[in-house]
Design a protein around this ligand. Structure first.
Ligand code: THG
Length: 291
């Protein structure tokens, strides 16, 4: 049996334990202006109403962690990211995943975040490791390690495993515990390479067999450019959960995805007496009766 490590993240008042024995932890993806014109415009105008409502709606829909990305072209990202985080922390209590490629914005965010954050992300490039790992250590955070490095995104599952190993090794040398590393094998779109999903799942299996770490993935990337994306997303996420995905970054407001995650958890023996499944069914019924 592969090791089964537990990654702990927290807000000021909530703790989330990510582990292959627990129900899947959905990291809500919606607070991100990339590809979302309305949110981009609102953030540019200093209007945080969409951020507030997306935060509340995602948590109501079952997100246990929220990803927060404030990457607005031309904006002062450290300042904007802090404002968005403050806005989110004001309306929900869940732990947050700080999504930025800018080390300055990351440090600004960590310095005001209350709890143990999940950093999104570091990768195997020397420049990224050098900038991000010291912050992981200093703030006692957990971090997502992307399976790419100075040579790009490896084509094969074995080469992605190698990059994961390099990131884990570097963390170990710095005294960062391996359970604080969550690996993202990278789900690329099947619209441009129909084997992307298979490669990601094979990478997951190899990475958990070797290291037992928790696994995340931007699980809706897979369907970009395809019609009827919700069916691809929900099927893929269930299959990836079987392969070992424990904390997908996805949209919990998509009913097909949320339902597929719960069915997968039940199928994996992680929903005792099916209580989560039954409760979610009753909530859907009640909502239908009210409408
Ligand atoms: N791995 C890690 N982090 C990530 C990703 C990843 N962060 C960003 C991204 N990928 C995951 N997050 C999002 C956020 C929003 C959307 C998609 C992925 C999104 N997409 C709509 C769509 O799918 O077309 C845009 C339109 C809309 O709904 O408004 O919103 O892979 N570690």
């Amino acid at each position: 049996m592969a090791k089964n490590l537990t990654t702990v993240v927290s807000s000021k008042i909530q703790t989330v334990e990510i582990n292959r024995g627990n129900p899947t932890v959905i990291i809500g993806e919606r607070i991100n202006p990339t590809g979302r014109k309305l949110m981009l415009k609102a953030l540019q105008a200093g209007d945080f109403d969409i951020v507030r409502s997306d935060a509340v709606k995602q948590v109501e829909a079952g997100a246990k962690i929220l990803d927060v990305n404030a990457g607005v072209p031309g904006a002062d990202e450290p300042a904007l990211l802090k404002q968005v985080l403050t806005t989110v922390m004001d309306v929900v209590d869940v732990p947050l995943c700080i999504d930025t490629a800018d080390p300055e914005a990351l440090e600004a965010a960590l310095s005001m975040y209350e709890g143990k954050a999940l950093i999104n992300s570091v990768n195997g490039e020397e420049r990224s490791l050098g900038a991000v790992m010291p912050l992981v250590k200093e703030y006692g955070a957990a971090v997502i390690g992307l399976c790419m490095d100075d040579d790009g995104i490896p084509a094969t599952p074995d080469d992605r495993l190698k990059v994961a190993g390099n990131i884990i090794e570097r963390a170990g040398k710095m005294g960062i515990p391996v359970e604080d590393i969550v690996i993202d094998p990278l789900a690329l779109t099947m619209g441009s390479d129909h084997t992307s999903g298979l490669i990601a799942m094979q990478a997951i299996e190899k990475i958990i067999a070797e290291f037992g770490v928790n696994i995340t993935m931007g699980a809706s990337n897979i369907s970009f450019g395809m019609p009827d994306r919700k069916f691809i997303n929900s099927t893929f996420i269930a299959m990836a959960i079987h392969a070992g995905l424990t904390c997908p970054i996805t949209n919990p407001l998509e009913p097909e995805v949320s339902i597929a995650v719960k069915a997968a958890d039940l199928s994996m023996g992680r929903d005792e007496y099916g209580m989560i499944w039954i409760q979610a069914y009753r909530a859907r019924q009640k909502e239908q009766e009210e409408n």
